[in-house]
Design a protein around this ligand. Sequence first.
Ligand SMILES: Cc1cc2nc3c(=O)[nH]c(=O)nc-3n(C[C@H](O)[C@H](O)[C@H](O)COP(=O)(O)OP(=O)(O)OC[C@H]3O[C@@H](n4cnc5c(N)ncnc54)[C@H](O)[C@@H]3O)c2cc1C
Length: 400
Amino acid sequence: MDLTDAPAEAEFRQTVKDFIAEHGDKGRGGGGRGGGGGDEESGWSREAREKGQSWRDALVDRGWIAPAWPKEYGGAGLSVKEQFILNEELAEAGLSNVGGFGVMMLGPTLMVHGTEEQKAEILPAILAGEVVWCQGWSEPGAGSDLASLQTRAARDGDEYVLNGQKIWTTGAQHADRMYMLARTDPDAPKHRGISMLMLGMKDPGVSVRPLTTMANTQTFNEVFFEDVRVPVANRIGEENRGWYAGMTLTDFERSGIGNSVGTQRALKGTLAYAKNAPDHETVLKSSGTWRLDFVDRWIEADIARLFSYLNNSIQDRNMVPNHEASMSKLFTTELGQKIAKTNLKLFGLYGTLWDRNRPEAMKGRPAGGFLAAVSSTIAGGTSEIQRNIIATRGLQLPRG
Ligand SMILES: Cc1cc2nc3c(=O)[nH]c(=O)nc-3n(C[C@H](O)[C@H](O)[C@H](O)COP(=O)(O)OP(=O)(O)OC[C@H]3O[C@@H](n4cnc5c(N)ncnc54)[C@H](O)[C@@H]3O)c2cc1C
């Protein structure tokens, strides 16, 4: 694997750096996150757009809001390597071009399974950032075993009548629309009676209840459907074949592998702080064990970066990473939790302070980060599920 840039790639990297130098400040308001959740503090919010300070708009203007989309659909049509360089440089600068569920998942899925009308209506709106989407997959009784989902879409002429509940729906409280999976044939085997539908979050019968995480954020929600009428024209793919359209989307979710530069960047921040922190504040002076932990995290972050390169090189050969993507997801998210723990340890007892108004221990950021890191090994498929994938598909071990 050649990790150096070819001349054209080096030139592209410089173009990205120049773009960041010019526009990067717009994306750093809320940590540069995208996620489609409408982060009100960041350069992704509607407010920022209205003020003409939107990071999203800068990306749209440059054509980089959808780097992976083909040019015929308005994307940047970048090669896999160029996408990687773009992501790497953005992460290095603490930024992200993750344009939410629409760009990352729904758009590419519609290109494969959508009707011409759906593509013509929805793809330009995603690119223009006009519609924020959320993903209605998980239910209280269906997460890892998603095909057990019970939300019912009963056909009534040209419409489906939707009843049921979704949970952990990221950004639903800010989203305009949802794509989701619902059961259209309750008598069919579980994977075969599901359809993929799109609906409006303000449609009659849809209600959203935000959930508060233990890190005191409201990022995800419960969504309830009570006799919601969804036009049949809003179905993606064939009736009862939604599982397969949904799995196309999940492949896009998995293959949108970010990279681990952000992890290394965070470690650099901690390192700089540890070197300059007042004597009393960190355990550095009194104990050598933190150093040893930190060195391990540093090495692990380098390994995580190599996983990114591995997956990138697979995509570069026009193949879809499979258990390799699971290895990267598992390693990187578990590393995120270990880093959060190491950060806490640096501050000894101060580390447990979780108060932005107190100056000690980086204003409580390590404590908040520790709590926030918990969910990363659950979102997008739990660590156990990743291990199952690696065991069966990677190592060909029999199913347990
Ligand atoms: C931050 C965050 C954002 C999310 N955003 C969304 C979203 O936008 N839309 C959406 O639809 N969902 C979302 N989810 C939900 C997420 O997809 C599910 O939480 C995840 O798939 C796990 O499902 P579950 O919570 O029902 O746990 P379960 O599937 O009930 O699992 C419970 C435990 O059992 C283990 N387990 C389950 N099956 C197996 C098995 N076969 N072998 C070994 N162990 C097993 C799991 O690893 C886990 O430890 C989000 C979750 C998080 C944490």
